[in-house]
Design a binder for this molecule. Structure first.
Ligand code: GDP
Length: 445
């Protein structure tokens, strides 16, 4: 699917992972090559640029893990970033088909693989989800298209709406809906007509069909080999019709794969499936993790780094605990705690996981502890110097003023944060003493 890109990246990272130490220049050179490889794979320029920038930032801020080489770490960052550009919000293969009969509208240009994909998805719904599916061809321009769908239907054992000559697409869509309701179908799929290029007549027709059928899913089928053209087509269709996802076909070819990488970032729409051949089961859901792995082809390194990072996190946590027990809890520690809270979905996310949360959440709202506050507190810490973070007790009036101004907040807010840090530090100290048998001693008194 991504042979060329994969080979190119493989070359870049082979060199990088073999080196022991990496200078900033090594990373820069490698990333320049990554950028070229992406552009050659027909990834759009802004996407390639943002990609490289994100990797660069993460590579610079990354904690060094002893057991893996810096090059291996960069591979992992690139993998995660690939996954990130490919990822949509939802499970790509899960189509919205509750409330039967659920209409699925299939749109796209002629020759993109729309009819084939319609049948492939119907087969998948039937076999994997046990759904009763009806397919209807609305392509009145090419009678052969209607027959093509009918033949595929027979082949996969899925019903097609009987062909009535002379009917217009809107009438066919209405008839499909009636037939689907009467016949107890779970899903009915509308295979609209395509054109060689986007034109007003095509769009108006698809729009009319959309308005009478109210589709639960509108899937755009585009030829993945057409690279950035596929992305432009998706932008156009989404603007005019509104699409819920994309199916990229012909990904079995040795295409450059750029469409897959740009689609999400440029259109904001997820790729739901990829077509991998002419056969009826040559359809896969688009799993970002697996695809990223395939592009990079360095799964071993990725899992190696993952493991090393886990170890590092445990080591860091242990070191932190030791310091806490001595009552050492500075602004860096507080920042880490606050960030952890943000990561867990902020206060709301944490509360949602606890029983009796709704009530507590109300109280919290009253106290003003929310995501915004967490972010502000982090901003305050970020506007401190390294020395100030490690020794918050040195903060006098002028420093406080500077810090608050730097974060765009009042000194009173900063004072609250300092109080919080002191309280936590005291608490840690007490807990530390308890840990060393202090609690037992207290109980004996
Ligand atoms: P439509 O005009 O958009 O309905 O396109 P068709 O479904 O008729 O497909 C056009 C051609 O592309 C047919 O020969 C299909 O077999 C072929 N095709 C569709 N999807 C794929 C795919 O994922 N891989 C390959 N190799 N061929 C495909």
């Amino acid at each position: 699917m991504f042979e060329n890109l994969s080979e190119r990246l493989g070359g870049v990272f082979d060199r990088l992972t073999k080196q022991g130490a990496l200078s900033e220049d090594d990373v820069k050179t490698a990333l320049r090559e990554v950028r070229v490889a992406l552009l050659e794979a027909d990834v759009s320029l802004p996407v390639a640029r943002d990609f490289v920038k994100a990797v660069q930032e993460k590579a610079t801020g990354q904690a060094v893990t002893k057991s893996v080489t810096p090059g291996q770490q960069v591979v992992k960052i690139v993998h995660d970033e690939l996954k990130h550009v490919l990822t949509g919000d939802e499970d790509p293969g899960k189509l919205k088909i509750d409330n039967p009969p659920a209409p699925i509208l299939m749109v796209g240009l002629q020759g993109g693989g729309k009819t084939t994909t319609t049948a492939k998805i119907a087969k998948r719904l039937k076999e994997r989800d046990g759904k009763k599916v009806l397919m209807a061809s609305l392509d009145v321009n090419r009678p052969a298209a209607m027959e093509q769908l009918q033949i595929l239907g027979v082949q996969i054992g899925v019903d097609t709406l009987p062909i009535v000559k002379g009917e217009d697409p809107v009438a066919i869509a209405k008839r499909a809906k009636t037939q689907a309701s009467l016949g107890g179908y779970d899903v009915y799929m509308l295979d609209t007509a395509g054109r060689l290029s986007i034109d007003e007549e095509l769009m108006a027709q698809v729009e009319a069909v959309r308005d009478v059928s109210n589709p639960r899913e509108t899937l755009l089928v585009v030829d993945g080999l057409t690279g950035q053209d596929a992305v432009h087509t998706a932008e156009n269709f989404d603007e005019r019709i509104g699409i819920s996802g994309v199916v990229l076909t012909r990904m079995d070819g040795d295409g450059r794969g750029g469409a897959a990488l740009s689609m999400r970032a440029v259109t904001g729409k997820p790729i739901r499936f990829v077509g991998l051949g002419e056969k009826m089961d040559a359809l896969e859901t688009f799993e970002p993790d697996r695809i990223a792995g395939r592009i990079l082809g360095m799964g071993d390194i990725v899992s190696l780094v993952e493991k090393a990072q886990q170890t590092l996190e445990v080591e860091q946590a242990e070191r932190m605990m030791k310091r806490f027990q001595k009552g050492q809890f500075n602004m860096n520690d507080l920042k880490m705690q606050l960030e952890q809270m943000m990561k867990m979905g902020g206060m709301e996310g944490m509360l949602a996981m606890m029983p009796g949360a709704a009530k507590m959440q109300k109280q919290m709202d009253g106290a003003g502890i929310d995501d915004k506050m967490l972010r502000q507190q982090i901003a305050l810490i970020q506007s401190m110097t390294k020395r100030e973070r490690a020794n918050p007790q040195i903060l006098q009036a002028s420093r406080k003023k500077r810090i608050a101004a730097g974060a765009g907040m009042e000194v009173s807010e900063l004072n609250k944060l300092l109080k919080m840090q002191r309280q936590m530090s005291d608490m840690m100290k007490k807990m530390g003493k308890m840990g060393k048998g202090g609690m037992l001693k207290q109980a004996m008194k």
